[in-house]
Ligand binder design. Sequence first.
Ligand SMILES: NC(=O)c1ccc[n+]([C@@H]2O[C@H](COP(=O)([O-])OP(=O)(O)OC[C@H]3O[C@@H](n4cnc5c(N)ncnc54)[C@H](O)[C@@H]3O)[C@@H](O)[C@H]2O)c1
Length: 270
Amino acid sequence: MYNLLKGKKGIIFGALDQNSIAWKVAERAHEEGAEFVLTNAPIALRMGQLKELAEKTGSEIIPADATSMEDLTNLVEKSMEILGGKLDFVLHSIGMSVNVRKGRAYTDPKYDFTTKGWDVSAVSFHKTMNVLYNKEAMNEWGSIVALTYMAAQRVFPDYNDMADNKAFLESIARSFGYFFGRDHNVRVNTISQSPTPTTAGQGVKGFDGFISYAEKMSPLGNATALECADYTISLFSDLTKKVTMQNLFHDGGFSNVGVSDAVMERFTEE
Ligand SMILES: NC(=O)c1ccc[n+]([C@@H]2O[C@H](COP(=O)([O-])OP(=O)(O)OC[C@H]3O[C@@H](n4cnc5c(N)ncnc54)[C@H](O)[C@@H]3O)[C@@H](O)[C@H]2O)c1
């Protein structure tokens, strides 16, 4: 370990169970010397195992529905009290589509579900940054990261309206990143992660086939949740101070491959 986050304080959204990317980020941030507050939606806290992670990392848990400005305001205020000052890093690791959950086709969604989905998956990031920005809760050279997926750029039919939610999320990172950089020297980025076997990931239809396909397409293979956590730590550290307003692919090279030998082999007639 490198003590990359020694003395740094933050908030980590979205750890549900040991498979969650946010769970791995919390474990790695703890190893690197950070102190943080863990948060998730009240319903997820009832179902989840977050207490175990809190004990392991010496953290407190503050429930917050990330679509509620009231909850987010309480979260940020309480976190600063608990941690004894402003924040250096925030991880937004939240995604949910009601249309996917209810099996609606992309071509025939229920628009109430669509609205709920973009509120949870994208606008929640704007709301979080709104509170952080207006309360001046971030230290200078702080870092804010959200997790995304390449369906924002290219079509993956079963990703459904999450593709649109991710495009919205990435745009919010760029737009808010401008103001956060200009006014507070805080950076905002999204990490575009490989398909990863988590609760959210496995909710996507055909996930198993898709994860094997991505593995065969990527010269370095799919990036794991732990590898994503390592990359996130680097973005929270002081080693990446001038990286901002970027969508950063963390996918073993998948996003720049047209076709791989391994995939070609399966389609080549002897
Ligand atoms: N798993 C993948 O294949 C993959 C790939 C690329 C990007 N991502 C993204 O990574 C992030 C984390 O997902 P994960 O794969 O670790 O799955 P996960 O299911 O472990 O995490 C999703 C989290 O979102 C939380 N959440 C849902 N609604 C919420 C609300 N209203 N308020 C607060 N929190 C809420 C859930 O409780 C859960 O903890 C998501 O943004 C996801 O889209 C995942």
